[in-house]
Design a protein around this ligand. Structure first.
Ligand SMILES: *Cc1c(COP(=O)(O)O)cnc(C)c1O
Length: 494
C-alpha cells in the first residue's frame, strides 16, 4: 500500500485554522455577523481545514487511483461503457446549452428545442417507431413509462383486465421491477438451453392467460448477447392475443443500422442514451431513457413534447388529452441528450450503420480467440457481448473472480463477473465498436497469459491484484457493512 496516496483522508490532513483563501476584512458594515441568529448554525460545521494545494493534490491523487474508460480498455458486459468522444462534452458544456433555464420562454431557446425535436426524430428513424418522448431519466424509468403507456392504451379500449406482463427469465432485473411498480403482475417465460426464449413455454402461457396479458417484454440481443431469432413468431403470437410487445433497448448497440425494433413488430421501447449513444455513466448517472411508440400509441406518451410549427419549435404540453402527463422534471436530462445528438451527428447516417457490425465483429473476434482456454457455454455467433463460464481447465482452482482481479494488474478493467446467473463462473465481455484491433489483441494476449499463469502459478492469480494500490477487498464485508463516511469510521474504531 502506498501511504502517500492512501494514508490520509482529507479530514486527517486538516489543521485547525488552516485556510485556502485569506479574504479581506468586510468593510461594508453589513455582513455575516448581522445575520439573524435563527438563520445561523448553532455549532461549527465539522469541515476539514486545509490549504488549497493540499486539497488539490489530495483529490488529484485520489483520481489517479480510479480506473475509467479514458485510462484503458473497459470490457464490461451488459451495460455498454462506450468511449465518450470529447467533443460531446465540449458541446454539452457550451453555455448556450448548459446555462439554460428549463422555464425560459420558447422564443429564447429555439436552438435547444430544435435539438430536442431533432433527437426525437433521429431516434424514431433509427428504431422504426413513430414518436419518442425524451422525458424519462434512465432505462428503468423508460420501462416504467412504456408500461404505463401500454396500460393506458388497454384501458382506453376498456381492456382493464390486462394486468400480466410476460418476461423471459434471462431478462435484466429492472424489467420485472418496472412491471411491479406499474401495478402489473410478472409472469416468467422460460429460456431454452441456448439462452433464447422458449417459444413452446410462451405458447402455453398465452393459451393459459392470453386475455389477461398486457405485454411481453424482450431484450434483443438478450442479456447473453444472443439474437432472438424467433421474434417474428413471438410478436405474431403476442399480437394475436391482443397484447403489445415491449422492447428493452439497452442492447440496441449491435443492431444500430442493421435492423430496427419497429420493423420487427415491437410497439413500445426505451433507449438507454447513456449506453448506446455514449455519455459516461456508472456511479448512478446521469442517464436518459427515451421511450418510443408505434403509430396509434402517440396520444398516450408523456409530455412535454417538442413540436415544430411553421419552422418554430414549441413545447406542446397541454395539447394531448390522453397523455400520461410528465414522468420527470421538466425536459429530462438535457445534457445527455446533447451528447447523444452530437454522437449521432458525428457518425452521420452512413457511419451509424457500422456501429452494430463492428461491435459484433469485435466481440466475436475475442470469443473465438479465447475459447480454447476459456469455457464457452453457448457456441455460435454472438452479438455485441458474450459469456465465458470461467477457465476451461477447472483443475487449477482459479476462479472467474481471480481472473478478474489479475486483469487489474495488467491495466484492464475487469469484465462483468458472475452475471448472468445462468452459469457458475460467468465472465461477460463487451468490447464495443470503438476499440482498435491493437487494443483488442492486447487484451486477448493478457487473457491467455492469465490462463497460462493459472496453470503454472495458480497462487499468483488467486492472490491478485498485486499492482493496484489496494489489494483484494472483502466484497461480502463491504456489502454487508459499508463504511462510507468519516464519522462512521471514527465510530467504528472507537
Ligand atoms: C442497463 C439495463 C437496463 C436498465 O437501464 P438503466 O438505465 O440502468 O436504468 C435494463 N435492461 C438492460 C438489459 C440493461 O442492460
Amino acid at each position: 500500500m502506498n501511504n502517500k496516496l492512501y494514508g490520509n483522508l482529507i479530514f486527517e490532513l486538516s489543521k485547525a485554522g488552516r485556510v485556502g483563501y485569506s479574504l479581506p476584512k468586510n468593510t461594508y458594515g453589513h455582513g455575516l455577523d448581522e445575520l439573524p441568529a435563527t438563520l445561523c448554525r448553532q455549532q461549527e460545521a465539522q469541515l476539514p481545514e486545509c490549504d488549497e494545494p493540499t486539497v488539490v493534490r489530495h483529490y488529484t491523487n485520489l483520481s489517479h487511483n480510479n480506473f475509467g474508460v479514458d485510462d484503458g480498455f473497459y470490457p464490461l458486459g451488459s451495460c455498454t461503457m462506450k468511449y465518450n468522444p470529447a467533443i460531446n462534452e465540449e458541446i454539452a458544456a457550451l453555455p448556450t446549452f448548459s446555462a439554460l433555464h428549463p422555464m425560459q420562454p420558447a422564443e429564447t431557446c429555439q436552438h435547444a428545442l430544435e435539438l430536442y425535436f431533432r433527437l426525437q426524430e433521429a431516434l424514431a428513424e433509427l428504431t422504426g417507431l413513430s414518436e419518442f418522448t425524451l422525458n424519462p431519466c434512465a432505462g428503468a424509468h423508460g420501462e416504467l413509462t412504456g408500461l404505463m403507456v401500454i396500460r393506458a392504451y388497454h384501458e382506453s379500449r376498456g381492456d382493464t383486465q390486462r394486468l400480466k406482463v410476460l418476461i423471459p427469465d434471462s431478462a435484466h432485473g429492472t424489467n420485472p421491477a418496472s412491471a411491479a411498480v406499474c401495478g402489473l403482475e410478472v409472469v416468467e417465460v422460460k429460456s431454452l438451453p441456448d439462452g433464447t426464449v422458449d417459444v413452446g413455454d410462451l405458447r402455453r402461457l398465452l393459451d393459459e392467460c392470453g386475455p389477461q396479458v398486457a405485454a411481453m417484454m424482450m431484450t434483443n440481443p438478450n442479456t447473453l448477447g444472443i439474437f432472438e431469432h424467433a421474434i417474428p413468431e413471438i410478436t405474431r403470437m403476442v399480437h394475436d392475443c391482443g397484447a403489445l410487445m415491449y422492447y428493452d433497448g439497452a442492447n440496441l448497440n449491435p443492431m444500430l443500422g442493421v435492423c430496427r425494433p419497429g420493423d420487427m413488430g415491437f410497439d413500445v421501447m426505451h433507449i438507454n442514451l447513456h449506453k448506446t449513444f455514449s455519455t459516461p455513466h456508472g456511479g448512478g448517472g446521469p442517464g436518459s431513457g427515451p421511450v418510443g411508440v408505434r403509430q396509434g400509441l402517440e396520444p398516450f406518451l408523456p409530455t412535454p413534447r417538442v413540436v415544430m410549427d411553421e419552422g418554430e419549435f414549441r413545447v406542446a404540453k397541454g395539447d394531448y388529452e390522453q397523455a400520461l402527463g410528465s414522468v420527470g422534471s421538466f425536459f429530462g436530462n438535457f445534457s445527455v441528450m446533447v451528447k447523444a445528438y452530437v454522437y449521432i451527428l458525428t457518425l452521420g447516417r452512413e457511419h451509424v450503420k457500422q456501429v452494430g457490425p463492428l461491435a459484433t465483429l469485435n466481440a466475436n473476434y475475442i470469443k473465438e480467440s479465447l475459447k480454447d482456454v476459456y469455457e464457452l457455454p453457448i457456441e455460435g455467433l454472438c452479438k455485441h457481448e458474450f459469456v465465458f463460464d470461467g477457465l476451461k481447465d477447472k483443475s487449477t482452482g482459479v476462479t472467474t473472480m481471480d481472473v478478474a482481479k489479475r486483469l487489474l494488474d495488467y491495466g484492464y478493467h475487469a469484465p462483468t463477473i458472475y452475471f448472468p446467473l445462468l452459469f457458475h463462473e460467468s465472465l461477460m465481455i463487451e468490447p464495443t465498436e470503438s476499440e482498435s484491433k491493437d487494443t483488442i489483441d492486447g487484451f486477448i494476449r493478457v487473457m491467455r497469459q492469465i490462463a497460462e499463469e493459472a496453470k503454472t502459478d495458480p497462487e499468483l492469480v488467486k492472490s491478485a491484484p498485486h499492482q493496484t494500490p489496494i489489494g483484494r477487498v472483502d466484497d461480502v464485508l463491504a456489502a454487508k457493512h459499508p463504511v462510507v463516511t468519516y464519522k462512521q469510521m471514527l465510530n467504528d474504531t472507537h
